[in-house]
Design a protein around this ligand. Structure first.
Ligand code: PMP
Length: 307
């Protein structure tokens, strides 16, 4: 198993910085027993100017608040204070390119009653910038995403990730890199921890909101497309549609933008390096490290140079 901390690592725990190795959690906690908690996945980068920047910090902490509200968890934290604490935590742990994991969890409570308080921890660990040149072999999962009538699917709740773990493990056991899950109507939804897009004839398509986690990376990709004049359609489609596509990719905070080699063994029509999707991947990479985008090029090159 991966090691996320050592004896010197500090975490933020309910207002203080404490050693990860010495921090305690209540084994009677409701979050541990019932998967009833909310969390975030955030990244910080060393920008081209050498600074540490948390990408979309406000958006992530706002989603944490909304996730907590959706699940009736007490949430009394101010985003500004949490963002300041996160920068301080990165500094204390001497990290620039990092993954940031805030988790809001519940006290000991074996009932299903509402809690009067919640707790927060933030952990950070090193994460190298992802180069994104490997392509994924994706498998259509036998698992569907949780039904939005049974779960607050737009919330990033800990318990939802049992579904993600099952789907990802199934795909890996079958020799694939990752799973693609449908929604309860059989339309393509998302990956276990990432949203998806596909490309056909220079146009980009992605599942419409409703049955997916509306990702912050997904919305950044939509911004990139809008700025570059790339046409995007948000709609409902099946895996069969993707199999005739020119390219497809997952996007998420951890995954960034990562292309697919094939879906269920069916390759895509175009070479990844010759796709609009690849240009979007490069534009995303430039954006997170605040690399300036060339302004005076053709629309497609506005996305940034290939690196
Ligand atoms: N869908 C799921 C199920 C996820 O877990 C994630 C990762 N948070 C995403 C999509 C992508 O969201 P984001 O771009 O905000 O990281």
């Amino acid at each position: 198993m991966a090691s996320y901390y050592d004896e010197n690592t500090l975490i933020y725990l309910n207002g203080s910085f404490v050693r990860a190795a010495e921090a305690k959690v209540d084994l009677y906690g409701q979050t541990l027993h019932y998967g009833y908690g909310v969390f975030e996945g955030i990244r910080s980068y060393r920008t081209v100017s050498g600074e540490t920047k948390i990408f979309k910090a406000e958006e992530h902490y706002e989603r944490l608040r909304q996730s907590a509200l959706a699940l009736n968890l007490p949430y009394e934290y101010e985003s500004d204070a949490l963002i300041r604490a996160t920068y301080e935590l990165l500094r204390l742990n001497e990290l620039q390119d990092a993954y940031i994991r805030p988790l809001v969890y519940c006290p000991a409570n074996m009932s299903f009653n509402r809690n009067t308080e919640s707790y927060i921890m933030i952990a950070v660990w090193k994460m190298e910038p992802f180069l994104g040149n490997t392509l994924l072999k994706v498998m259509t999962s036998s698992f569907q995403r949780p039904n939005p009538k049974g779960f607050k699917i737009q919330a990033k709740a800990t318990g939802h990730y049992v579904n993600s773990i099952m789907a990802s493990q199934e795909a890996k056991a079958a020799g694939y890199d990752e799973a693609l899950l449908a929604d309860m109507n059989g339309f393509v939804a998302e990956g276990p921890g990432a949203n998806m897009f596909y490309e056909k004839d220079g146009k980009i398509f992605t599942p419409a909101p409703g049955n997916i986690l509306p990702g912050i990376t997904r919305s950044t990709v939509l911004d990139i497309c809008r700025e570059a004049g790339i046409v995007v359609e948000e709609s409902f489609f099946t895996t069969e549609t993707i199999k005739g596509a020119d390219a497809a990719f997952f996007c998420g905070t951890a995954a960034e933008v990562i292309g697919w080699e094939s879906l269920d063994g069916v390759p895509f029509n175009k070479e990844w390096n010759n796709t609009v999707s690849r240009q979007i991947q490069v534009a995303y990479k430039n954006r997170v490290i605040e690399k300036a985008i060339l302004a005076d090029k053709e629309p497609i090159n506005k996305l940034g140079q290939l690196v």
